[in-house]
Design a protein around this ligand. Structure first.
Ligand code: HAM
Length: 418
């Protein structure tokens, strides 16, 4: 009886070798762009105390209320596979006393995250993000610079049709006042709202701006806007962020209806979408979170950050074929065990000399070995006998016979000559 085949869990995916090459390209672009601006890499654990996300992302959010993978460990602690990176990085900042370093502390990460979401194209249950967190400065230049870095990364990885929307949420105090005004407005129009929005007036009235329901959308067109209610300092901060973005000639649209699914944001809030994506058009997003570190028991520490979805960046940049890896040398042998040992040794010496060398590993016939060498695109093919090696340069067509310990030198010479 044959066992049923197992598959990866729904909403997850394997990173196959071609995908891995494309992902390495994103990682290299992130390291180059973020490193040049003074960001240094950080990686936090894949799971954290559940409390960390409840306190910061917010109990009323979809993420905390229905999307977390939460479990108890052997000693009954509640742990959660991280659904996002901001709270863990802030936890690490406090835990390692980074407030003593020159501020802002600028960190970047490239890690997997976990959300129990409805799986579809561009939306997974394990997905990867490149993100930054710049902790410890309220300077609007930090907001503007971080947005520019994100724009640069999206451009470098070839995200097509990226569009930036930007708004400001003000401080928690101005938001609380606005929230009451919005709730009163929603209650006054409750009969036209969807059941879901109506049920969430008290808990999360801002989500009404996000609704697809036609009646709700119509009501929201006349709703009061937070952006029009910003206090003096908040308005000034936003004006300065905009001024700097304008100075850098970055195109954006101010969208007062922008909402994001995390509760920790204050002041600047933004999202990049790409029309090259389908329904899940958000490719990256972020903003300020001036109160988050205090929520974790630290001092007032204004901060800003963003995250970009790796899979969405790949989708939005189209299928760019991964560059085939370069293979300098294929080492084969006629079949006898003695010649295999010679081939084995030549491949090892070639790698020690910095060459990319493939060894015959499947007992193929000589004809099969030549085919395999062509398939991997090897420039040189060496067929090793115990005493001598037939070496062919497929670029020039030149053939020569060399001693086994002369193969590497001959390949290096051949490479230099062309
Ligand atoms: P977020 O908007 O929840 O923000 O996620 C950022 C990006 O991660 C999204 O724009 C999207 O590209 C990708 N993403 C989110 N969920 C999924 C999913 N289920 N499948 C595939 N990709 C997904 C945050 O996580 C914040 N921590 C960003 C931030 C950093 N804010 C301040 N600092």
């Amino acid at each position: 009886m044959s066992s049923p085949k197992l598959q990866a869990p729904r909403g997850t995916f394997d990173v196959l070798p071609d995908d891995a090459e494309r992902r390495a390209g994103i990682e290299a672009a992130a390291r180059r762009i973020l490193g040049a601006a003074g960001y240094r890499r950080i990686e936090t654990p894949a799971f954290e105390a559940t409390e960390l996300f409840k306190r910061t992302v917010g109990e009323a959010t979809d993420i905390v209320s229905k999307e977390m993978y939460t479990f108890e460990d052997g000693s009954g602690r509640s742990l959660t596979l991280r659904p996002e990176g901001t709270a863990p990085v802030c936890r690490a900042y406090l835990e390692h006393g980074m407030q003593k370093l020159p501020q802002p502390v600028k960190l970047w990460y490239l890690s997997p995250f976990f959300r129990y979401e409805r799986a579809q194209s561009g939306r997974y249950r394990q997905f990867w993000q490149v993100g930054i967190e710049a902790i410890g400065s309220a300077d609007p230049a930090l907001d503007a610079e971080s947005i520019l870095l994100l724009a640069e990364l999206l451009e470098a990885v070839g995200v097509r049709d990226a569009r930036l929307r930007l708004t400001s949420l003000g401080t928690p105090a101005s938001r609380a006042q606005y929230r009451e005004e919005l709730q009163a407005y929603l209650r006054a129009h409750a009969d036209k709202l969807s059941d879901e929005v109506r049920a969430r007036i008290e808990l999360n009235p801002l989500r009404a701006f996000d609704a697809d329901h036609p009646g709700t959308r119509e009501v929201m067109q006349g709703a009061p806007r937070l952006l029009d209610r910003l206090g003096g300092e908040d308005a000034e901060h936003f004006a300065q962020v905009r001024e700097l973005l304008d100075a850098a000639a970055l195109t954006y649209e101010v969208d007062a209806t922008l909402v994001r699914g995390l509760d920790y944001y204050t002041r600047t809030l933004y999202e990049f979408t790409s029309d090259a994506l389908g329904a899940q058009s958000g490719v990256a997003g972020g903003g300020r979170y001036d109160g988050l570190i205090e929520q974790l028991g630290g001092p007032a520490t204004p901060s800003v950050g963003w995250a970009a979805g790796v899979e969405r960046m790949l989708l939005a940049s189209g299928e760019q074929p991964a560059g085939a890896p370069v293979v300098d040398l294929f080492v084969g042998y006629p079949g006898e065990p003695a010649s295999r040992a010679v081939a084995f040794k030549i491949a090892r010496e070639a790698r020690q000399a910095g060459l990319a060398a493939h060894l015959e590993l499947a007992g193929r016939s000589l004809k099969g070995q030549h085919k395999q060498a062509a398939r991997v695109g090897a420039r040189f093919v060496a067929i090793a006998d115990a005493q001598q090696v037939a070496l062919r340069d497929h670029e020039t067509g030149a053939e020569q016979t060399v001693a086994p310990d002369g193969v590497v030198a001959a390949v290096l010479r051949g490479r230099r000559a062309s």
